[in-house]
Design a protein around this ligand. Structure first.
Ligand SMILES: C[S@@+](CC[C@H](N)C(=O)[O-])C[C@H]1O[C@@H](n2cnc3c(N)ncnc32)[C@H](O)[C@@H]1O
Length: 377
């Protein structure tokens, strides 16, 4: 395939044809039919926001080639986890650590061979090693692995092999009984969990082996915020007689929207109430999957309001399920966990108790909340 048929053809057309460019940024699936693109290129193109598109449009073909070659999540992830404070927050989260500790004590048996994917400080690998696992392979792509190794030596733990590598480049000498991991981003998929875990599963997990944890529920809940935490879109505001409403349809503001414009992080106390009783919009078990595209990218649900109030956005959280008695969730209204609390911003709208909300979400790039298209009525 020549470059002209792939990504370069998309950019060259978008630069010449503004109607095509608008279609690409609003309905990428429609715009991209007929181009010769890989699945990864389609996902990345679908996830582009206006600002990213603009900077790629003025980049050289070589810069564009590199953008589409490198896994941006690996780079972002590696840099984020070379920060000691990140690990301190995760170790301090007793809901997270204690539930993992219980699960590892319950499931990992002497003689098991275990991979800890993304060992970080080594905490989960240490728990597995203390279960007298035959061998734990603690894999970490960042330099932080040197800290994990030092903690192991200090604690006389010697059944761990530390490997500084991306998990996708690692193969152990024998197949393993467990893939242990905490690859969970605030919106569950944004640390590349599906791609990383399922890659290892296909290559190195025994047929009888298990992913720990494998089962999850994703929640996307209509939320009403306490007034002081509301940040409406600029066109929704009128402040002391100054009207911004014309900006709703004026494209001049588009270039000032950052890649993360469509979502924001909130304090747990920002949420006044959920407008409906929380119900998962997606349930899945990686033990029953082989490929990440087995998960639907289009999610739909109808929810009945249990409260009257103003909808300010959709609150994203998830539940991690080890088994029927061992689980935790990251709901902002439940016990504190260290995951950021993410709100997908929506224009505010009032609902009454018993109204039905129809939610239609198209996850263009499952790892990037800001590429998710939400329809609500
Ligand atoms: C959320 S942290 C969890 C760290 C540790 N397991 C814990 O529970 O505290 C995820 C870790 O996985 C590492 N990581 C992410 N993707 C990886 C990959 N593909 N290969 C190796 N390490 C990875 C990150 O650098 C980070 O240290």
């Amino acid at each position: 395939m020549s470059a002209d048929e792939g990504v370069e053809a998309v950019f060259s057309r978008a630069m010449k044809d503004s109607a095509f460019r608008d279609l690409l940024l609003t309905f990428p699936e429609q715009a991209l039919t007929g181009f010769n693109l890989t699945t990864d290129e389609i996902t990345r193109l679908k996830g582009l926001c206006f600002a990213q598109f603009e900077s790629l449009a003025i980049a050289t073909p070589e810069e564009r080639r590199l953008f589409f070659l490198v896994d941006r999540l690996d780079i972002r992830n590696l840099m984020a986890f070379e920060n000691l404070y990140e690990h301190e927050q995760m170790i301090a989260d007793s809901v997270r650590v204690d539930t993992y500790y219980e699960a590892i004590s319950r499931y990992i048996k002497p003689d098991d061979v275990v991979i800890d994917l993304g060992t970080g400080s080594g905490i989960l690998a240490f728990f597995a090693a203390r279960q007298k696992a035959r061998r734990v392979y603690a894999i970490e792509h960042s330099n932080f692995i040197e800290i994990a190794e030092k903690i192991a030596i200090h604690n006389n733990i010697n059944n761990i092999t530390f490997v500084k590598s991306n998990s996708r480049n690692f193969t152990p000498p024998t197949k393993v009984d467990y893939i242990l991991h905490e690859q969970l981003g605030y919106a569950i998929f944004n640390e590349n969990m599906l791609k990383n875990i399922l890659d290892l599963k296909r290559r190195v997990l025994k047929d009888t082996g298990k992913i720990l944890p494998g089962k999850f529920e994703l929640y996307i809940e209509p939320a009403s915020l306490n007034n002081e935490y509301r940040v409406p879109f600029i066109w929704e505001k009128e402040v002391h007689g100054i009207d911004f409403s014309f900006l709703k349809t004026n494209k001049v503001v588009d270039k000032y929207k950052s890649p993360s414009y469509k979502s924001r992080f909130i304090q747990p106390s920002a949420i006044d109430t959920y407008l409906c009783n929380p119900e998962p919009i997606l349930r899945f078990d990686m033990n029953e999957m082989m490929l990440d595209d087995e998960l639907p990218r289009k999610l739909k649900c109808s929810k009945q309001e249990s409260h009257t109030g103003q909808l300010d956005g959709l609150s994203i959280f998830f539940k991690v399920i080890f088994d029927d008695t061992l689980y935790f969730d990251t709901s902002p209204l439940h016990k504190y966990t260290c995951w950021d609390k993410c709100l997908m911003r929506l224009e505010s709208k009032s609902y009454n108790e018993a109204d039905i909300i129809h939610l239609d979400i198209d996850m263009a790039d499952i790892t990037n909340v800001n590429s998710w298209l939400v329809m609500l009525d």
